[in-house]
Design a protein around this ligand. Structure first.
Ligand code: NZQ
Ligand code: ZN
Length: 383
């Protein structure tokens, strides 16, 4: 196992009616920015529950943080935070709102051009504290230090990470999933699944705890994921929601190598063609697994056996079948897995490669083995 330092400061309030905990979770002396997205929270009762919980707090609102939050929109909130002297940000939404708020929190305290935090890895030295009410289980952003923000003007989608933007608390009420459109349920399950794969499917360092945790999360998503569309009960939602948080809260990735090449290509697809984040991952991951099958052989065989119960045949046959099963799982949760299903064709290959090159993504993955040439093969095989 590799050396690691692990901490996760987010206090999780999980379950039915937990939104009421906001009253005590945020100090009344703080001036709160209540930030949300396109308004779904006004149609499903979440907004009202928040207003009830914060009726004695000093609150200003900012709405309109869009899916794949933009620098352009979030900078408007930065102005508001500065003008109003906001000293706590409550993010209410999915990954986009949470990530947008992380950037707002860091940018409001940043000296210089905040885009540099994303484009040049400029160090974040402080941030406005953040709390979260999660409305879409998917990204794990509610209890991690990362955020992904796009600049519309240049079609750049970049990530940054800082302990200063790690949420202080997160409220996870699985009932919020009852109003999620099917497309977002699908996205959440696939994103969580791929997060586990990015930290699990690398090379073996004998991180047995991490491996078994990861396999448990994958099996839970495979078992419960398809159920969220029909025989839904509270436990199905709870298990999917908790899996998504656990998939990217730092635990399973500690002490093991991490990949993230599928995400690297995926972010470029979203930036250029507007596909949802998880849609891009479902297209790329199966072909990434196949292209990297030699480097990842031990883990692929382990994945085939422990997750899909594939124990016979040559190594190549087992790997092929495990990849097929993975793609079938995506399809079982109503996800498309090819560019052509989004009316995208060969034209994407060179455009994406140019964009990857422009962003220096020329040696991705746990062993920096995903070169531009191999990315090209992966993308071309995913049409
Ligand atoms: O804007 P609102 O009204 O909130 O509607 C949203 C949005 O249209 C809607 N929605 C959310 N909760 C709902 C709901 N509709 C009805 N009922 C509810 N309870 O769903 C739509 C999509 O929301 P979004 O936040 O964009 O989805 P998701 O959580 O999948 O987040 C995706 C973003 O997170 C980034 C992605 O790149 C993308 O920008 N990621 C963040 C990561 C992180 N911070 O660690 C890691 C991930 O790999 C990912 O990159
Ligand atoms: Zn993701």
């Amino acid at each position: 196992m590799l050396n690691f330092t692990y901490s996760n400061k987010t206090i999780i309030h999980f379950g039915d009616k937990q939104i009421a905990k906001l009253t005590k979770a945020i100090d009344k002396k703080r001036k709160v920015l209540l930030a949300y997205g396109g308004g779904s929270i006004k149609n499903n009762g979440i907004y009202q529950q928040i207003c009830d919980a914060l009726k004695e707090h000093n609150v200003v609102e900012f709405s309109g943080i869009e899916p794949n939050p933009s620098y352009e929109t979030t900078m408007k909130a930065v102005e508001l935070v500065k003008e109003q002297g906001v000293d706590f940000i409550l993010a209410v939404g999915g990954g986009s709102v949470i990530d947008g708020c992380k950037f707002i929190a860091a940018a409001a305290k940043f000296e210089g051009e905040p885009w540099d935090i994303l484009a040049k890895n400029a160090p974040v030295k402080s941030a406005v504290p953040i709390g979260v009410v999660l409305t879409l289980p998917a990204t794990g952003s509610e209890s991690n230090s990362y955020a992904v923000v796009s600049k519309l003007a240049t079609k750049d989608k970049f990530a940054f990470g800082s302990p200063y933007v790690h949420p202080e608390f997160a409220i996870l009420d699985p009932m919020v999933m009852s109003t999620l459109p099917e497309r977002q349920l699908t996205n959440g399950i696939v994103d969580a699944f791929v997060h586990v794969m990015e930290q699990y499917l690398t090379f073996n360092v004998n991180g047995k705890v991490q491996d078994r945790f990861s396999e448990g999360l994958l099996l839970t998503l495979i078992e419960e994921g398809p159920k969220v569309f029909n025989e839904v009960n509270d436990d199905v939602r709870a298990n999917v929601m908790w899996s998504a948080t656990m998939a990217l809260n730092g635990l399973i990735g500690s002490g093991v190598p991490q990949d993230w090449a599928t995400h690297g290509i995926g972010h470029e697809i979203t930036a250029l063609y507007g596909l949802d984040h998880a849609q891009t991952l479902a297209i790329i991951l199966p072909r990434m697994m196949w292209e990297m099958r030699t480097e990842k052989q031990d883990k692929l065989i382990q994945y085939a056996s422990r997750v899909w119960d594939i124990n016979e045949g040559s190594n190549e046959e087992r790997i092929k079948l495990a990849i097929e099963k993975t793609e079938q799982f995506f399809q079982a949760v109503k996800m498309k897995t090819r560019f052509s299903e989004y009316q995208l064709g060969e034209e994407v290959v060179d455009t994406l490669i140019t964009q990857l090159e422009r962003h220096g993504q020329t040696a991705m993955g746990e062993a920096q083995a995903v070169t531009l040439e191999r990315s090209k093969t992966i993308i071309a095989n995913s049409l």
